[in-house]
Ligand binder design. Structure first.
Ligand code: CA
Length: 663
């Protein structure tokens, strides 16, 4: 997530103000409610409303015939229940109706809210809807399952936005910008290249990571022809899908059904779905659904009572309070159960406390052991939460079943994220070698890696490779194509594509879990826009005609992914295995790294894999032990099944390329 005003979004920020202790004591004394029937339950006896609002002086449910522009049919007075709740019931199943809550607070009625647990909503998410969820299930949903995954390191993650994937005319997709875009098979470019879900299958990724797809605030669902674009890091209703990705935002069942159809289609294609979740802040402050149901409770504050702002977006939520922690845990469980989501990516995860993240991972494993969780191990501003409690990158070894993005490998390989002109290892800048090695061993302790020379981190913060997500590009900052253009002035596209291949070869062969941004495989760009969160489709949409133009680039990525998937040596799960099986060769030349993965690592068929990365613009000579080697990659080409053979000895590694040999 990147707020328009925030350009620095990296690294642990120093501990700041002390807690607003009195506010905390007050909120922590509130009773909490852990039932799973919060706000709406429909059963044989009728429709039941339960609102958690311990300090409300009164509470009401307003029932509506439509999602907007109508007066309430009825207003129900709620009565105080247990554990800070208010309750009201109607002895009928009110399917088809819409509802809101409102509470009396400090002597005045607050504005209406659909609550914090609305699972279906109408246009722009202002009113919650009562729908029959069983009727939203696609055919075969009962037996639908995502790919089974033994370890997160077996995943290959492809981050994407719904509009980016389908809006361009060359996509050949009918349901442009919709959930349904990824249900269309047989779509192709005018050149006949597969697009959409067929493209994903051809590429071989195991999971798509969809940018925020819960109901967010910024796109007007009542005016879809305006084609407004937004990444969606402005949460409104956490437990309902975004309406602009549905074919009819006014039909509350449509967004639910169509999102499920997308997930079903991906699952049928063997691809899992990771959802980007943004529980760390809300789009609104006093006007949010949190504020309108339990004013103050869900947020952290400064000592002066103002909202603290570790998100850089005006507020930060308080996962360290029980009802907020429960909200996050129950919300991800809901998405996993109702929508069969296979993984969660936590935005600005370090705003949350480590205990909540442990609860999240544990709860999800009970739903589906293949589910994995990762997040940004940093905040975007100062937080009152003490640093030792934050789900920071540096604290990942203290969490259980959580992974963090490695900004170490990201910046070392391609250059610093915030300095467009800065180069990295793959683009010829010396001084990044040790940090790339930190990436190769997934930030775990290794006898040949000197963490004191790390650019971003100075210690082995991961205790297992399963705690690390490796990447050089994501939706934030300049995507790789644009970063290379900005940092390699005067270069040709062919030279930049070569650098991209080296950069991604380092990522995809490193220990940890690889992650890529959509369209890099065909070398699409975003016209140099580094924060395209609300840029138009003309910036963000993938021009699929590039797949034909840059077919060799696509084939390289596809083979690179195939190589990783075929070889467990790249997917070790134990830090001791990494320390034992990875052996770095002594190199004195800058921008040169050479290492072996030995001992049939992690059960690999190959006894030894030799990887040499040359990030300089001069050839490098390396000495390879004599033997019968299969050449997997050389001089900007790669084949998972082998390009040829060599007997080793003195070999030349071409400029800006990877040499991979196996025996
Ligand atoms: Ca919305």
């Amino acid at each position: 997530m990147k707020h328009p005003l925030i350009t620095a979004c990296i690294g642990a920020l120093a501990a700041t103000a002390a807690f607003a202790a009195s506010t905390d004591a007050r909120f922590n004394s509130w009773p909490t409610y852990d039932g799973d029937d919060l706000e709406l339950r429909v059963d044989a006896s009728g429709t039941h409303f339960t609102l958690w609002s311990p300090e409300a002086q009164a509470a009401q449910v307003l029932l509506y015939p439509t999602d907007r522009n109508s007066a309430p049919d009825d207003t129900l007075a709620m009565t105080r229940g247990d554990s800070g709740t208010w309750r009201a019931s109607v002895p009928a199943q009110l399917y088809g109706k819409f509802y809101t809550f409102r509470i009396r607070h400090d002597g005045a009625w607050l504005p209406e809210t659909p609550g914090v647990w609305a699972k279906a909503v109408g246009t722009n998410g202002h009113r919650a809807a009562i729908i029959d969820f069983a009727a939203t299930d696609p055919a075969g949903w009962d037996t639908d399952r995502g790919p089974e995954l033994k370890n997160i390191t077996d995943a290959v993650i492809y981050e994407m936005h719904h509009r980016d994937m389908s809006m361009h005319p060359t996509s050949g997709i009918v349901h442009k910008g919709k959930f349904l875009a990824l249900t269309e098979h047989g779509t192709h470019t005018p050149d006949g290249e597969a697009t959409g879900i067929d493209h994903l299958k051809e590429l071989g990724v195991t999971h798509v990571h969809i940018l925020p797809s819960y109901d967010y605030n910024s796109v007007d669902e009542a005016n879809l022809p305006a084609n407004t674009y937004n990444w969606g890091y402005d949460p409104q209703n956490y437990n309902a899908p975004e309406g602009s990705y549905s074919t009819d935002p006014a039909d509350p069942a449509a967004r639910v059904r169509e999102m499920k159809e997308m997930i079903k289609a991906l699952h049928d294609a063997g691809i899992g779905v990771v959802m980007d979740v943004v529980y760390n802040h809300t789009a609104e402050n006093d006007g949010s659904n949190f504020s309108l149901t339990a004013p103050g409770y869900y947020y952290r504050h400064n000592d002066d009572g103002s909202y603290s702002d570790a998100s850089g977006c005006g507020n930060e939520t308080a996962s360290d309070r029980r009802q907020m922690s429960d909200f996050i845990v129950n919300s991800v469980k809901y998405w996993a159960k109702e929508y069969h989501i296979d993984g969660f990516r936590f935005d600005l995860m370090a705003i949350h406390d480590t205990a909540t993240m442990d609860r999240v991972a544990a709860a999800l494993k009970t739903v589906n052991p293949s589910i994995f969780v990762y997040g940004e191990g940093w905040t975007a501003g100062a937080s009152p939460l003490p640093a030792e409690q934050r789900a920071l990158k540096e604290n990942v070894a203290r969490m259980h079943g959580i992974a963090v993005f490695s900004d170490d490998i990201r910046d070392a390989v391609k250059g610093h994220y915030s300095d467009a002109a800065d180069r990295g290892f793959a683009t010829g800048k010396p001084g990044n070698e040790e940090t790339v090695k930190i990436g190769i061993v997934a930030s775990t302790d290794h006898p040949q890696v000197d963490y004191s020379k790390g650019n971003n981190s100075k210690f082995a913060y991961a205790s297992a490779p399963t705690q690390i997500i490796n990447y050089v590009s994501c939706h934030d900052d300049l995507m790789l194509t644009d970063k290379l253009a900005a940092s390699m002035p005067g270069s040709t596209p062919a030279e930049r594509m070569r650098a991209a291949r080296l950069a991604q070869t380092i990522v995809f062969t490193s220990q940890g879990t690889p992650f890529m941004w959509s369209g890099e495989e065909i070398f699409r760009d975003k016209k140099g826009v580094h924060n395209s969160y609300k840029s138009p489709d003309s910036i963000n949409a993938i021009d699929w005609s590039l797949k034909h133009t840059n077919r060799e680039q696509f084939d390289y990525y596809r083979e690179l992914i195939a190589l990783r998937k075929a070889h467990p040596a790249f997917r070790m799960t134990d830090a001791a295995d990494v320390a034992r099986n990875i052996v770095f060769d002594k190199t004195t030349q800058p921008n040169l790294i050479s290492y072996s993965i030995r001992n049939h690592a992690n059960g690999d068929q190959w006894a030894e894999i030799k990887l040499v990365f040359n990030g300089s613009d001069a050839p490098a000579e390396v000495k390879i032990p004599r033997g019968d080697w299969t050449v997997i990659a050389e001089d900007g080409r790669i084949s998972a099944s082998g390009l040829g053979t060599t007997r080793g000895g003195r070999l030349t590694v071409a400029p800006v390329s990877a040499l991979i040999l196996a025996r």
